[in-house]
Design a protein around this ligand. Structure first.
Ligand code: GTP
Length: 746
């Protein structure tokens, strides 16, 4: 089921946007207002075209009230006679002025030949007396005039324009100025505000669309300021004056490019129709080139611009409408309203163009209509763009969530592999007893880095024949065991059914839970059993992800414990003689090499003993091999009992044992050999209820200072052993020492 308020931000923005647009439209309708004091109506005025020096008459507008000027031969300069009747002068007579709406002309001049000169006004060079925001050409008539007046109006064209002179009272002219100033100020202020707002949105969202929209607002404001003539008031735009009509054309093309670009982005056309978007981009480049060419060869292009500009402008409107209709079809937010507003721009611009060509009577609306349409369009597009912010926010939230997820996964993966490495390193070479406690400690240490818990208890029963308990923090072990142990059988049953168990923990006498307890089982082979019990104060339950990582780490720990035991057994099998439990030949050889090198490094003495059972063949022959094996085992045990930690011994051959005694000089070695011999001789050995009397012969030799390898010493011990055998057996014989001080080899 769709959540009914899911689109709430968009709906809200659309409503507010619509309200803003209605408000602005209302302001447009209302701001001209009504004069507080009644003003004289404009007087009747007749306009009669005057021939130029070649006898050509300029054209008048369709209503006969405007004089058309252009830039083509014969229309650039136009003259007309203004005829009107001023009422007789009284004290209440207003000051009459000639008012001409400020259309783009190079100059407009008013005079009575040889009698009065009203001066020249220029669109490109507003005069200070025309106010801070000039909106019309104003010619004050002498206060003394009355009756029929004939004036000569001369205008030089800048682009197609229609001059519509009116004879009005100064108050009415002021009202015109007031209305036009309000309309123009509103348009500038709106574009300025929208521009700033979208610039801020760009910095907040880093969406390039807002930057393009800012460009649209800037070029829109430039366009309006240029066509209202206000741009020529500003010193930095002085150069535009030199460019004349071409400057106006260039600005309007620039605006068209910015408008097409923002509409492309607004309609998301790059995604929806990449080919169309590419074609429009190319068209925009062509428009920019065209404006460059027009600026470079403005003399030649001025006449062409009369039809080139409307073509460029209206084809741009057509393309924009096509893009928007397509966006409308795709339900891009607010596209219908933007479509209508662009249509409004096209219609009002058409009316304005027709007015310039004298087909439509000029008025405040024909002059400012397209400006209002541009402003409304800007407002619509901005609302449409802003309504997409929630989409960006959702996208950004999604991205942030995905990033956090992947960071969490990466962190877990890192901890997981750290645990694996720690277990592999830590359990290597550890004794059987220590494998499980160490593995559990490492498991808990790593687990607490990913799963926040106040207490964790690891319980393992019968795993590799051992029971293990570990806790984090370690100090809480006893308390945890005491608290959790009674519940373990129940927990075991629950974990047999579910992979994890989670329940609130209440303290005795309290109803509200004080903590949440979760348990996951350790994957140990039955009948062994194990579990991790995690406890977290408060009411925040463990997330399934947390318990799944706990299970995963536990699985790794169990696997590594198994591997450590397997490795231990393998090592044992590889190193130990299976019959006697002493080191085998390979291991005792390795031990010999290692201890010989160590004794040289540590500058300590070292001795070896060769122990051989006397008349062992006879035992085998008389009592059988089973008895022989028994004797070998018992003698190995007896030898081991006479040795200390660092001493090593192994089965060197059939019934021969080699003992390595690090740190012992010959005399000490002889004493140990004697102990061994005596222990075996006096041992009460019985095989199948028959007493056995065993003796051994022992050869003793010590490492000489210059001997890095054990070979010679072992050989000397062997020789000593044979000496003992020859000497009658059951005795210790020491190999003669060849004196070689250690300092000589050191
Ligand atoms: N039962 C048993 N006998 C073994 C084993 N390895 C070697 N032997 C026997 O040990 C005996 C060694 O005998 P000999 O080398 O002749 O020496 P001996 O009989 O001990 O006589 P002396 O060393 O000269 O005192 C042989 O009979 C081997 O078969 C074993 O693993 N088990």
């Amino acid at each position: 089921m769709a959540f009914p308020f899911r689109d709430f931000p968009q709906q809200w923005l659309r409503t507010v946007g619509m309200a803003v647009v209605l408000l602005l439209s209302g302001l447009y309708v209302l701001t001209p207002g009504r004069a507080e004091v009644p003003v004289e109506r404009p007087l009747q005025l007749r306009l009669t075209p005057l021939p130029d020096h070649e006898g050509r008459l300029p054209a008048l507008g369709s209503d006969g009230q405007s004089l058309r000027v252009g830039v083509t031969e014969g229309t650039r300069q136009a003259r007309a006679e203004l005829r009107f009747v001023l009422p007789p002068r009284t004290n209440e007579s207003p000051h009459w002025v000639i008012w001409i709406a400020r259309v783009p002309v190079e100059s407009v001049h008013l005079q009575v030949e040889n009698a009065w000169d009203g001066g020249s006004r220029s669109f490109l060079a507003p005069e200070p007396m025309e106010g801070p925001m000039p909106v019309g050409y104003l010619f004050r008539l002498p206060a003394t005039w009355e009756g029929e007046i004939r004036l000569e109006l001369t205008a030089i064209g800048l682009r197609n324009a229609a001059l519509r002179p009116e004879i009005v009272s100064e108050e009415l002219a002021d009202e015109y100025v007031q209305k036009a100033t309000i309309v123009a100020s509103l348009a500038y202020a709106s574009l300025f505000t929208l521009g700033l707002m979208t610039l801020a949105l760009f910095f907040a969202s880093r969406d390039a669309s807002f930057l393009v929209f800012f460009g649209f607002c800037v070029t829109g404001a430039l366009l309006l300021a240029a066509f209202n003539g206000h741009l020529y008031l500003l010193d930095p735009f002085d150069f535009l004056r030199q460019l004349g009509g071409a400057g106006l054309h260039a600005i309007s093309l620039l605006f068209e490019v910015a408008a097409l670009q923002i509409l492309l982005r607004y309609a998301d056309s790059q995604q929806a129709g990449p080919r169309l978007a590419r074609a429009i981009d190319q068209g925009c480049v062509a428009l920019l080139l065209l404006s460059g060419v027009m600026l470079a060869w403005r003399e030649a292009f001025d006449p062409l611009a009369a039809w080139l500009m409307p073509v460029a402008w209206f084809s741009g409107c057509g393309v924009a409408l096509f893009v928007l209709s397509e966006a409308w079809r795709r339900r891009v937010p607010f596209s219908a309203a933007v479509f209508v507003s662009v249509l409004g721009i096209a219609v009002t611009a058409m009316i304005w163009e027709l007015e310039g060509r004298g087909f439509v009577a000029g008025s405040l609306w024909t002059q400012y209509g397209y400006q209002a349409a541009i402003m409304i369009c800007a407002a619509m597009v901005s609302v449409g763009l802003i309504s997409r912010i929630s989409k960006y926010r959702e996208q950004r939230d999604r991205e942030q969530r995905a990033r956090a997820d992947s960071e969490r996964r990466m962190y877990r993966e890192a901890v997981r592999s750290e645990l694996l490495t720690a277990l592999q390193m830590g359990l290597r070479g550890v004794g059987e007893e220590d494998i499980q406690p160490m593995a559990m400690r490492l498991l808990l240490d790593h687990l607490r880095r990913i799963v926040p818990a106040d207490h964790v208890l690891a319980v393992v029963r019968g795993f590799h024949g051992r029971d293990t308990l570990a806790a984090h923090p370690g100090a809480a072990l006893d308390e945890l065991v005491e608290r959790i142990s009674p519940r373990l059988p129940n927990l075991r049953q629950q974990l047999a059914i579910n992979i994890e168990v989670q329940q609130p923990v209440t303290r005795s006498g309290e109803a509200t839970p004080v903590a949440i307890e979760a348990a996951v089982s350790l994957p140990v082979r039955a009948p062994s059993w194990g579990a991790l019990v995690l406890e977290r104060a408060g009411a925040t339950v463990f997330h399934p992800d947390e318990l799944s990582i706990a299970r995963e780490l536990a699985r790794i720990a169990v696997l590594q414990i198994d591997e450590a035991f397997t490795a231990l057994h393998l090592r044992h099998t590889a190193e130990v003689d299976s019959l006697t439990g002493a080191l085998n030949r390979r291991s005792i050889d390795q031990a010999l090499v290692r201890t010989f090198q160590e004794s040289i490094r540590k500058r300590l003495p070292l001795s070896v003993l060769f122990v051989d059972i006397d008349h062992f063949k006879a035992i085998n022959d008389q009592r059988g091999h089973g008895c022989g094996d028994y004797c070998l085992r018992e003698i190995a045990k007896l030898i081991g009992e006479q040795l200390v930690d660092d001493d090593v011994f192994g089965r060197y051959g059939g019934e021969e044992f080699l003992v390595v005694l690090p740190g012992r000089q010959t005399e000490m070695a002889r004493a140990i050999a004697e102990q061994i011999r005596a222990a075996i001789e006096t041992a009460d050995l019985r095989y199948k209820d028959q007493s056995l009397q065993l003796t051994v012969s022992i050869g003793v030799a010590s490492q000489l200072g210059h001997e890095p390898q054990p070979g010679p010493a072992v050989e000397r011990a062997d020789k000593a052993l044979y000496a003992a055998k020859r000497g009658g057996r059951n005795r210790v014989s020491v190999a003669p020492a060849i004196f070689a001080p250690r300092s000589a080899t050191a």
